[in-house]
Design a protein around this ligand. Sequence first.
Ligand code: HEC
Length: 474
Amino acid sequence: MRFRRGMAYFAAIMGIACGLCRCAGDVPQHDAGAGHVPMVQGLPDTVTFADVAPIIRKHCTGCHRPGQVGPFPLISYQDVRRKAKTVRKMVVGRWMPPWPADTAYSRFLGERTLTARQIAIIAKWVDQGAPAGDTSGLARLDPSAWAQGGMPPGMGPPDAVVWLPEPFFLPGDNRDRFIITKAPFELSRDTFLRAVEYVPGNRRYAHHMNAAMISYAAGAKKDPGKGFAYIDADSTKSLDAYAELGLQNDDGSWPLLTPNMVNYLPGLSPPVYPPGIGGYRIARQGAFLLNTLHFGPSMRDTVDRSRFNLWFGRVPPERPMKELFLGTLGSSPVVPALVVPPDTVMTFRTSMQVPSDISVLSINPHLHLLGRSFLAYAVAPSGDTIPLIRIPDWDFRWQFAYTFPRMLHIPGNSVIQVEVVMDNTAANPNNPFSPPRTALAPAGKHMRTTDEMLQFFVNYVDYRPGDEAVELGQ
Ligand code: HEC
């Protein structure tokens, strides 16, 4: 639950460590040649970049630009031309843009999918030699239209930026690192936070990050910056780490904490909801507590200096966001216990009863490498099925938070069901081990990418009549 909590939560949130990694090869695992160009009537005889650019800008440039997850930019004509053949292959094979959710099962905001016509246009353009044509009518792309991080252009630049106070030195010893650290801040006054985004300094090695927010009551802490250090989470107990970070109030008591508030996974943008829905109160003095900052193995010495971008809200968060957390480390068990022996394909389930009527805003499925498919739905007391998400071909590289176009009402006493297939055979191209080894979620330890887990997060507000009509787009 994303409420202000005290001390008790400090220990609990430490459990929300997990590892996402993109290190098992850069090539999409699927046979990209499998797709075919859709037959579409009425395409222009000559397709030029003027026809292609709007598609690329809308669906590709968000990730394919400097500082983002895409391995090369797709902004200018030259950028796209240089990659024309692979671009064709990726869009025809439907591997790019990445959108693993089945749009025939449920719909979400910002779906990254191309229409048959858009795919046909790109294919025809490449087949005709990728001509520039007349691009004078093309609106100039204004790079400042993109906020500095990965937020949609409409958000504008952040209202405040909170840096981690010191660069982190990542030695080139080819080891995973799990770090606990904090980014203290002092604003001019208590205010409201509409959205917050974590921007890693070094995207190459930033695997995931989970942060809570600490709020100091007026006068409780003279200097939130005191006691700063990067702490190795593998060798320090969390409470010792929090004391070493100097998180306590000046009188030794613990400040208020909003757990699990900011997450980073490659390709994930934080959800932004209409004013008054979700959002947070943010105290004048506080800190982001990065209770897991996971760096992947690096072969050479490097540094990271990350930051948080903050967008303030004009109105108080009237309907606070709450969270159901199913599966590994969450409040519902995985059945059978999540152990995947070598050379098996197994189905795992987890389910949870919804205590009262809720309005779901977004959901976030999470598995690691052995995941094959993911299905989640709710069964209402009436017997009706409410589809949530179906991912027929799980790809651990794309762990999105999926936001519904409108609030989704789930009646009280419905049961949320999650059904996952894990494939620990040699036939799974993402299998990190050859020959396969037993995979499980080790208790009390940080999860590495090669461990397995099954999690499903449901972000909601308490239901009010009429919520079904509330649009969640910006
Ligand atoms: C959500 C972010 C995202 C979006 C949106 C996106 N890409 Fe990518 N793209 C990536 C990432 C990340 C990779 C690298 C793949 C990897 O690391 O496995 C990639 C790889 C590629 C590659 C190289 C694949 C290879 O095997 O060499 C091409 C080509 C590509 N993207 C084209 C596109 C096109 C065209 C679009 C829009 C239609 C697009 N991408 C949209 C993130 C994105």
